[in-house]
Write a protein of this length. Structure first.
Length: 254
């Protein structure tokens, strides 16, 4: 990331975006030291994540054999690995104390991590007369964060640690099709969040500019939703065969 400092009391300046694995910001240079003051910036990088889908069966599934229930859970529970390009903007403030730099930053991002997985129709091991196809997807998009950081100035180079809270909009879906006319779909979009922590290295470029690279790990928790019969499903019962999907999401941002 790169950034440029604004002394306290100066007017905000718009920052051009030019970054690698991080952010860059522009403003007027600070007076005595080049770490203290406000700054603004933009960011671009790479997101990768872990998004485990876990399936739980209830209601009419209780009348089916344990073998078939196991086949459904094992076939449908998936570990997704969403990836994509992230970008965003941030605004923050730093304060130099001796050689220590303390700061806080608020960010708006699009994490851009997504994946879709589909397993084609395959006979159930316990009941070969029935075939099932399963699909899962996850999309981690808009996000905001508030983090604090602490670093140590080594001649214009600042290694630092950060920790804070980050939330993102997660869209997840799960679908199931069977040769017996069973067609189910579940989907949900929800803002969920948790702890974000990271490590980075920032370097001053002069004239108030600096650039930094940073790794962040973001624990977004999980969202839970049930499936429902789709229009056209020829197999429907009351009470229904209910599948509950728990989608856990963790994102790494570089």
């Amino acid at each position: 990331m790169a950034s440029n400092r604004v002394p306290a009391g100066d007017a905000w300046r718009r920052a051009p975006i030019l970054a690698f694995v991080g952010a860059i910001a522009a403003a007027s240079p600070a007076a005595a030291d080049t770490w203290s003051g406000f700054y603004v910036g933009g960011s671009i990088g790479q997101s990768s994540g872990d998004a485990d889908s876990r399936i739980a069966l209830s209601e009419n599934w209780s009348i089916e054999s344990a073998g078939l229930r196991t086949d459904i859970v094992n076939g449908w529970s998936r570990g997704l690995e969403p990836v994509g390009t992230n970008f965003g903007a941030h605004i923050g403030v730093n304060q130099l104390w001796e050689q220590w730099v303390f700061g806080a930053v608020f960010g708006l991002e699009n994490l851009g991590a997504k994946e879709t997985s589909y397993r084609p129709s395959t006979p159930a091991p316990s009941t070969p007369s029935l075939s099932y196809a399963f699909g899962n997807s996850v999309d981690v998009g808009k996000s905001w964060s508030l983090r604090g950081r602490v670093g140590y100035d080594i001649g214009g180079v600042l290694p630092y640690l950060s920790v804070g809270y980050q939330t993102a909009e997660v869209e997840a879906s799960a679908q199931e099709l069977s040769s017996g006319g069973y067609s189910k779909l579940g989907q949900k979009s929800e803002w969920t969040g948790g702890v974000s922590y990271g490590v980075g290295l920032e370097t001053q470029l002069g004239a108030g500019w600096s650039i930094r690279g940073e790794y962040q790990r973001i624990d977004l928790g999980d969202i839970t939703f049930d499936t429902a019969y789709r229009a056209g499903s020829s197999f429907q019962t009351t009470p229904p065969y209910t599948e509950t999907v728990k989608q856990e999401v963790t994102v790494n941002s570089f």
